[in-house]
Design a protein around this ligand. Structure first.
Ligand code: SF4
Length: 255
């Protein structure tokens, strides 16, 4: 049997259609392709079961049913593209390639983005931004980039690795913005997030066409309203577009 290359096969967690629940595109219908596996360990992670590769991919079938069937991993690029096209319906805004962390499977993520672009489907790419070199390979195929900025209080990685992580994230944001990709920088705000963390970060985004989303964490780490106002003020000293947007898909009761 001829071995398949890594751009032909990938480990996927889920493919389904729903409404975007975060950021400025909230409420837009998308086809979601969620890759499995992530290199970080954020304290607030809402997809912990997909931080490792998984045996099965859950695929919504039939379309718009909310019913999933299990398909063995790894899946092929041609199968994933076929499912994307089946799930794409009138009014769909874009394909969200999300995770886990898609850049953990860089060849497959790039091939997916290229495949969607070839079909004329806009691509919304969500990443933790850990690798500027991996991200730059697919920048030509994406229309929207949502790049996380991890703060020390997120405990996404060991403290000694945070500096390198955030430099990569900022480089991804700058690269996307300069390439003309609609760029969203997202940072999750916890009750323990300090003004200093935001003040240290925001000057690095000055001059870029970027929307900064401050996304309040939910549950026990949720920040109070005063904290949100102070953080918004601190960020607005440096950036023209700063918005506070919570996750909404749980409120809407959608996937
Ligand atoms: S980067 Fe995303 S998927 Fe990975 S641990 Fe953090 S929140 Fe979870």
């Amino acid at each position: 049997m001829i071995p398949q290359s890594t751009d032909d096969i990938g480990n996927l967690a889920e493919i389904f259609s729903s409404f975007q629940g975060e950021g400025p595109l909230i409420g837009n219908k998308q086809v979601f392709v969620r890759t499995a596996g992530c290199n970080l360990r954020c304290s607030y992670c809402d997809t912990p079961r997909f931080r490792r590769e998984v045996k099965f991919c859950g695929v919504e079938d039939p379309s718009a049913s909310g019913v999933f069937r299990q398909v063995d991993n790894p899946v092929t690029l041609s199968w994933a593209m076929e499912r994307i096209l089946v799930l794409w319906s009138i009014g769909t805004h874009s394909v969200s390639i999300t995770g886990g962390e898609p850049l953990c499977q860089p060849e497959f993520a790039e091939a997916l983005a290229m495949g969607c672009a070839a079909e004329g489907l806009p691509v919304y790419f969500e990443t933790n931004g850990f690798s500027r070199s991996r991200f730059s390979r697919l920048i030509d195929w994406i229309d929207f980039a949502a790049v996380d900025i991890k703060l020390p209080s997120h405990r996404a990685c060991p403290p000694g690795e945070w500096g390198r992580l955030v430099e990569n994230e900022l480089a991804c944001i700058e690269g996307a913005s300069r390439a003309g990709v609609v760029t969203i920088a997202k940072t999750v705000v916890l009750d323990c997030t300090s003004i200093e963390e935001i003040e240290r970060l925001c000057p690095r985004l000055e001059g870029l066409e970027v929307t900064l989303v401050l996304q309040p964490a939910s549950g026990t780490e949720r920040p109070g309203p005063e904290k949100l106002i102070l953080l918004h003020q601190a960020a607005s000293e440096h950036l023209g577009e700063v918005v506070v947007i919570p996750q909404s898909h749980k409120m809407m009761g959608v996937l």
